[in-house]
Design a protein around this ligand. Structure first.
Ligand SMILES: C[S@@+](CC[C@H](N)C(=O)[O-])C[C@H]1O[C@@H](n2cnc3c(N)ncnc32)[C@H](O)[C@@H]1O
Length: 251
């Protein structure tokens, strides 16, 4: 995934702020596998239009994207062809619940922004653990509950904020937008699925609060904000402020 530069478009700059910390974590896993394991078998469940999948294929990895949306898969196909990696990216229509049928074995599974939408997050994580090879990794990105409560309240949606406030401790609190998780809920869910969580990182602590115009007009602002997001990602006091939590878990 490209670093922001003066020639990046506004949407590329915003994307780099939102995904910088997550991309760093995924790169650490792949780089840690060493040069003797150059091509990883990666599954991107709910990979959508392939923002991550295509960049991973550009690094030489084989990526299987599974998503229920035919429109997203068509956009993925276009993006992979435009970037010259169609031979390393396969799109498949399917659901997280069908993972064991669709996937043989994976070195790395990406599940970014999907656990919020499933009926049973615990069963979904068990399904992911079932297709990971021993020692394989899950990159999990989920919406964080406390920031979601604050965002709803600030938008005047007080009832929605109240609905999200109390989790049930098992599947995260469920509001209109789906499940929202705390750090402790996330770690408990991963543990129950037989996955060992690494450090949970704070993602998008500031990104959604900074006006887009500031990034568009101020030279160097995007790169400085990416660095600030990186600087707070592993500080526990920023976890409750983060729009999302990212964790690499190991089977
Ligand atoms: C918020 S988007 C995230 C897309 C991508 N992972 C990303 O981070 O940019 C959620 C994606 O999950 C997919 N999705 C929703 N329910 C799903 C399910 N039960 N199993 C697999 N994918 C699902 C949607 O079609 C959509 O592409």
């Amino acid at each position: 995934m490209a670093q922001p530069s003066a020639s990046s478009s506004a949407s590329e700059r915003r994307q780099s702020v939102r995904t910088g910390v997550v991309w760093d974590g995924v790169r650490r896993v792949l780089d840690g596998a060493g040069p003797e394991a150059p091509q990883a078998r990666i599954v991107d469940i709910g990979g959508g239009t392939g923002g991550f999948a295509v960049s991973l294929a550009e690094l030489g990895h084989a990526v299987q994207v599974i998503d229920p949306s035919p429109d997203a898969l068509a956009a993925l196909d276009r993006r992979a062809r435009e970037r010259g990696v169609a031979d390393r990216v396969s799109g498949q229509q399917g659901d997280l619940a069908d993972l064991s049928v669709l996937v043989d074995q994976a070195d790395l599974v990406l599940c970014h922004g999907v656990l919020e939408m499933v009926d049973d997050p615990a069963a979904s994580l068990a399904a992911i653990a079932g297709v990971l090879r021993p020692g394989g990794h899950l990159s999990l990105l989920v919406a964080q509950r406390h920031a979601a409560v604050v965002a709803r309240a600030m938008a005047g949606h007080f009832q929605a904020a109240r609905e999200l406030l109390d989790g049930d401790g098992a599947s995260g609190a469920t509001g209109r937008g789906g499940h929202r998780f705390t750090h402790d809920e996330l770690c408990a869910l991963l543990g129950a699925a037989g996955l060992r969580p690494g450090t949970v990182e704070a993602v998008r602590v500031f990104a959604d609060l900074v006006p887009g115009s500031l990034l568009d007009l101020e030279p160097g602002a995007t790169a400085a904000l990416v660095e600030l997001e990186r600087a707070v990602a592993t500080r526990p006091e920023y976890l409750p402020l983060a729009a999302q939590l990212h964790v690499i878990a190991t089977r």
